[in-house]
Design a protein around this ligand. Structure first.
Ligand code: HEM
Length: 442
């Protein structure tokens, strides 16, 4: 498995030098950092020297149609402007007053769905259910629209288009001829990419028009209206294309990351019954599942969250490009145009960093929170000025949904379906998370 191979390469070659370089045909060298000091240098101290968009590497950008000029694809003033909008969006007050509650009805539906599976005595793919719940939640925050994909038998076209355009964007990276194929529309992938991109954009533009026209329930907080209000207050305007990029990036940021996090937590709880017992004890002791209960009284579940992220980071790898040749704190030299990657998957498993028991699942490591390790040793939510803005919300949302599920159900992994990773920008389980559930008699 590629990620595990990288871990062993990092243990062998990165231990002293703080990183190692990989080269592959038709791509610039890529340096994998394994030393927290180097990660700090790239993500904070020498922040402006490492960029998302390098002028010489435009040819390698495979996801332009999907990411557009959203926050994940831009640097400099454009990034700063969007970062301000998102920072405002994720104020503690907004998370508490407007976002938390969006997951209540969705979790009711999820519980009903699982009950129905139990009633029919069948196994089911919990990852798929989490992915539907999180896209419904994030879309309702993004544009006050109830997608109801969790209730549907088949995912709505927008959701399928969202998944497929992301998948095609990543898989282009493995095909040196993708640009020619896109231009001449050769092969199913490029033809479908065009079709799915249209479905995705048409839907998002339609939603933007609904909000612009004010044809929605005004008590529903949403990102599109927030962006419109902020533009108006500063005497500027904002185009539909800019709004589209903001909304799609918001969905990318908030949907898959949390669905992956929830799935890996359930997987680890199934594998570690003693840890599961501790979690059951904690969630059973709660008087209710209000914002305050979840925020203040689920510390053990929070440690489980971080430990599951350490071993199965939702974002397993990420990279930037170097603008000016430089020497990292460990002495590693990086040249202009090289890619420099920080690798939560690799960093989270290094014995040099986490000790001899690095590969064991031990939530107690995080009893003192994640900050005790520092953001450069545990860069799972990014670090420095581009630290993830949805971290608080992701933790709350995951803890809320799982608290409610685990007060009702106990899960068992289906031993017919192996749990494996997909090599992608997110750590999805390739075959899904197939489980059976039984009701707990609490
Ligand atoms: C387990 C859950 C999550 C993890 C592990 C995670 C991790 C990350 C990582 C690694 C980045 C850097 C990505 C890059 O620059 O290429 C990032 C950025 C970001 N995340 Fe999260 N994220 C999570 C959940 C969320 C949620 C739920 C939201 C909001 C709905 C969110 C909003 C953002 C935003 C807006 C950025 C861009 C920050 C910037 O570039 O300045 N994240 N996150």
């Amino acid at each position: 498995h590629l990620w595990d191979w990288l871990v062993s390469e990092a243990e062998t070659y990165g231990a002293e030098s703080g990183g190692f370089a990989l080269s592959s045909p038709m791509r610039p060298p890529s340096v994998i950092l394994t030393d927290p000091r180097n990660i700090e240098y790239m993500m904070k101290t020498n922040f402006d020297n490492f960029v998302k968009r390098h002028p010489d590497l435009e040819y390698a950008r495979t996801g332009n149609e999907f990411f557009g000029h959203g926050i994940f694809a831009v640097d400099g003033p454009e990034w700063r402007r969007q970062r301000k909008l998102y920072s405002y969006t994720f104020s503690a007050k907004n998370v508490k007053d407007h976002m938390f509650s969006r997951f209540e009805a969705l979790t009711d539906t999820l519980i009903k769905k699982i009950d129905a599976h139990i009633g029919r005595g069948e196994k089911f793919d919990l990852q798929n259910l989490f992915a539907r719940l999180t896209i419904d939640g994030i879309c309702s925050i993004a544009f006050a629209q109830e997608l109801k994909s969790l209730e549907a038998e088949v995912a709505p076209p927008f959701v399928a288009a969202f998944d497929l355009t992301q998948f095609y964007s990543v898989s282009r990276g493995r095909d040196p001829l993708w640009k020619a194929k896109r231009f001449f529309q050769i092969g199913h992938r490029e033809r479908d990419m065009r079709k799915q991109t249209k479905i995705l954009n048409d839907f998002v533009f339609k939603m933007i028009n609904v909000i612009r026209a004010g044809n929605y329930d005004k008590s529903q907080f949403n990102i599109v209206q927030l962006a419109l209000d902020r533009a108006k207050a500063s005497g500027t305007t904002i185009s539909d294309q800019e709004l589209r990029d903001i909304v799609v990036s918001f969905c990318i940021a908030g949907r898959d990351t949390t669905a992956c996090a929830m799935s890996w937590i359930i997987y680890e709880l199934c594998k570690h019954p003693k840890v599961a017992e501790n979690v059951f004890r904690e969630v059973d002791a709660l008087k209710g599942t209000s914002y305050n209960d979840i925020n203040n009284k689920t510390d053990y579940l929070q440690s489980v969250f971080f430990e599951a992220q350490r071993l199965h980071p939702s974002v397993p790898a990420d990279q930037k490009a170097c603008l000016k040749e430089c020497v990292m704190p460990s002495g590693l030299k990086v040249k202009n145009g090289w890619l420099v990657a920080f690798h939560p998957y690799v960093m989270g498993r290094l014995k040099k960093v986490w000790g001899e028991d690095a590969l064991e699942f031990k939530p107690e490591r995080f009893a003192g929170g994640d900050r005790q390790y520092g953001e450069f040793m545990f860069p799972h939510f990014n670090a420095g000025p581009r630290l993830c803005l949805g971290k608080t919300m992701a933790i709350l949302e995951t803890k809320y949904v799982l608290t409610r599920l685990l007060r009702h159900f106990e899960f068992t992994l289906d031993d017919q379906t192996p749990v494996e990773y997909i090599i992608s920008i997110l750590l999805w389980m390739k075959n899904g998370l197939w489980v059976t559930a039984k009701r707990r008699n609490v």
